[in-house]
Design a protein around this ligand. Structure first.
Ligand SMILES: [Zn+2]
Length: 457
């Protein structure tokens, strides 16, 4: 009578025989072939986790083969799952590279891959059968003996090996996903900033055709400082992935990266403060989205705003009392004078201005297609900026002027929506009074970012 184990073994051997038949089929057509399988001890040989790792390994291998100029016939590839596990088979031509060299190329893939000892790539030559390099693979579990030796001597139990393998695969896939997330979200952050600065003409602000009410910076200063930011964006993401303390303690960590970003900004612009506000806003936001991602929470408006509120709780009061009127920033001085103004006030309340104005506007108007039409996107960006300006107590305006001027700007901004003539008037008004709604411009960039994240991530 057969035991369960020997039944399983027969099924596995049967599956392997069918695999060999497929290779012989290709050989009959005059083609060599290459297989990718995973070394999974025990049964079952596959599950959802293993299969995700398998698909990832195939994608990585394909890039490796193409990069090494191996002429693989991807159109004829076979991907299946049977009792022996997941199986990938693909034919290739050997008219440009010697088959032994291809064996070395695939061995390098196994060596360079973080979990390469789990991956087996075999070459089946149309005339000579299996190509072996004669080297023995090390045991995945102990790394001391060859895999075959540990298997024959039953040095490790299937259970302990499977537990380690599954945990390693899970960690590998999670880290990879986090890396992809950081890359994508940092690109969206940079895109938002570039969109904002490129919108022309803008009232009092730096744009492509004018430096507005600024005499120490121009469009290229913004390109310079934007170019140094992506590294810091990724650092904010990494912090969000790793942060496990109370969110109320996150701000000093975020600020530390922010200060490094500011230093790089000042070097790139030869001393001009182009994007201090942007660094703060995007630092907190990138941290928040990455924190939500790492904790497997949806990147929804609610989750985003609640997390921001926890991070920035009492920020206005704390920062103002900490600075004691010495070396205060624009925002601080203005807040002391006027109360509910400035970027810290906005952050503490999770950006009410943009969630009431620009973000609902973008969700109804800014579609993927808009990006193809420069006139259309310019119009949408302009309208969103005006909507923000019409309600924002912009500390940059207050710093250079007074409450009366701010109220006039808010009124003109409201009237400028869809009215080109009044928009021109607003631009002239800002130049005449030497004011620049920099806080609103920063909030426009942040609105774009939040919109892109909710639509593209
Ligand atoms: Zn071992």
């Amino acid at each position: 009578m057969q035991t369960n184990l020997s039944k399983e073994l027969i099924l596995i051997l049967d599956a392997k025989e069918k695999r060999t038949a497929l290779k012989i089929d290709f050989a009959g057509k005059g083609l060599n072939s290459l297989t990718l399988t995973l070394n999974i001890p025990g049964i079952p040989k596959t599950n959802e986790l293993i299969s995700n790792f398998f698909k990832d390994s195939i994608n990585e291998l394909k890039k490796h083969l193409i990069a090494n100029r191996v002429k693989v016939l991807f159109n004829s590839e076979i991907i299946t799952s049977d009792n022996a596990g997941d199986f990938y088979l693909v034919p290739f031509e050997d008219n440009n590279i010697d088959i032994k060299e291809i064996k070395t190329i695939t061995e390098n893939f196994e060596k360079e891959h973080l979990l390469g000892r789990l991956i087996d790539i075999d070459i089946f030559c149309r005339t000579a059968g299996h190509i072996s390099s004669g080297t023995e693979k090390l045991c995945y579990f102990c790394g001391e003996h060859s895999a075959i030796s540990c298997m024959r001597n039953r040095r490790h139990s299937y259970l302990e090996m499977r537990v380690k393998i599954f945990s390693d695969i899970e960690k590998y896939l999670e880290q990879k996903k986090a890396g992809e997330f950081a890359r994508k979200i940092s690109a969206l952050a940079l895109r938002s900033i570039l969109y904002e600065v490129s919108l022309s003409p803008k009232p009092g602000l730096v744009d492509f055709s004018s430096s507005g009410a600024h005499n120490d910076m121009n469009y290229y200063s913004f390109l310079n400082s934007s170019s140094v930011l992506p590294d810091y964006f990724k650092a904010f993401c990494l912090l969000g992935f790793q942060f496990s303390d109370n969110l109320g303690k996150a701000l000093p960590h975020i600020r530390k990266i922010g200060l490094e970003a500011e230093e790089a900004m000042l070097i790139s612009t030869q001393g001009a403060n182009t994007q201090k506000g942007v660094i703060f806003l995007f630092g907190v936001s990138l941290f928040t989205y990455s924190y939500l991602f790492a904790n497997k929470k949806p990147l929804s408006e609610n989750n985003f705003r609640n997390t921001i509120k926890k991070i920035c709780k009492n920020i206005v009061e704390n920062e103002l009392s900490a600075s004691k009127n010495t070396n205060n920033t624009h925002g601080e001085k203005v807040f002391i004078k006027f109360g509910n103004a400035g970027i810290r006030y906005e952050a503490e309340n999770a950006f009410p201005v943009i969630f009431e104005t620009a973000i609902p506007f973008f969700s109804s108007k800014l579609k993927i297609n808009s990006y193809k039409n420069q006139e259309e996107i310019t119009e949408h960006l302009k309208t969103a900026l005006l909507k923000i300006m019409s309600v924002n107590n912009d500390s940059n305006i207050l710093y250079r002027s007074n409450l009366k001027t701010l109220e006039e700007v808010k009124k003109l901004a409201q009237e400028s929506i869809n009215n080109h003539r009044i928009y021109e008037k607003l631009c002239k008004y800002c130049l005449k009074h030497n004011i620049s709604p920099g806080g609103s411009a920063d909030l426009l960039a942040l609105s774009l970012f939040i919109h892109f994240v909710s639509n593209e991530l």
